[in-house]
Design a protein around this ligand. Structure first.
Ligand SMILES: [Zn+2]
Length: 279
């Protein structure tokens, strides 16, 4: 049996599903270790491995539940089918990522891969550099990788990994919680349909804003202009959760960034005022 790049490419699925014979597996791994191109391909697949593993685990759980429930479906077979399908999808995804959009289709399609490898050595640097780029692109996660980096970052901000507090000021500078360490911070979320919340925040800002202990930040969720007759600093949310605060809500954080109080700028105005007085 000769294991070359083409063989590896054809058997990636089997390699990742562990369905190769021990001998095939040994020779395949030896080739991958010594071959830059195949090594990068496997690294790209491994970059989406956490996703694959998570899927395997849920499939396994599901299979076990089915078995416990007394159905005759063999768990291993049930698991195997789902896994193979997923690995096949992962392999396709890696090939999709490996194909730079600006290059002609013939240069990067998987059927030409073996030919490229067996050709003269001057073709190699080109292949290597695009591989490196594509391995990078494959890293973040499956959903982000298919989009350009800029939108991937915006999309990431809406997922469960979104920061608690990330805003930009009107000049475009980012602000995170660490910028307010050591201060008592009042975060007020602006509500365009509720003028009271903005005027209450303004009253608090007038009463406590000159005290160097305090910082006030009004956050606009949708880049609305500042409410009329207000002077407090306005920032724009950059996909952060704002501790779950809704428009018209406030969050009061102490000097260490822990939540002291939260509520509505309208309904809970008095308790917020009192709490600020105590600080
Ligand atoms: Zn190879």
């Amino acid at each position: 049996m000769t294991v070359d790049c083409q063989w590896i490419e054809k058997n990636l699925e089997a390699l990742f599903c562990d369905t190769l014979s021990p001998e095939q597996n040994r020779i395949a791994r030896a080739h991958i270790e010594s071959c830059d191109s195949c090594g990068k391909e496997v690294a790209a697949l491994k970059a989406i491995d956490p996703l694959v593993k998570r899927y395997f685990q849920s499939e396994l759980d599901r299979a076990l539940r089915v078995r416990v429930a007394g159905r005759r479906l063999p768990a291993s077979r049930f698991l195997g089918l789902g896994s193979a399908a997923l690995v096949a999808a992962s392999v396709l995804l890696v090939f999709a990522l490996r194909t730079p959009p600006q290059r002609p289709a013939t240069a990067a399609s998987s059927s030409v891969q073996g030919t490229t490898e067996s050709q003269s050595s001057e073709a190699t640097p080109v292949v290597k550099s695009t591989d490196a780029v594509n391995v990078e692109r494959a890293k973040p996660d499956a959903s982000a990788s298919v989009e350009p980096p800029q939108t991937a970052r915006a999309a990431a901000a809406t997922n469960e990994n979104a920061p608690q507090f990330l805003v930009t000021d009107p000049a475009g500078y980012s602000r995170t919680l660490s910028d307010y360490r050591g201060y008592v911070l009042v975060i007020g979320v602006l509500n365009v349909r509720q003028a009271d919340s903005a005027s209450n925040l303004e009253r608090l800002y007038k009463a406590f804003g000159s005290n160097p202990k305090f910082r006030f930040v009004a956050v606009s969720l949708d880049r609305q202009p500042r409410p009329a007759e207000t002077t407090f600093p306005v920032t724009y949310n950059e996909g952060s959760t704002l501790f779950g605060a809704k428009p018209g809500d406030f969050v009061l954080l102490d000097q260490t960034g822990s939540i002291q109080l939260r509520g509505s700028l309208v309904k809970d105005y008095d308790s917020l005022f009192k709490r600020l007085q105590e600080n």
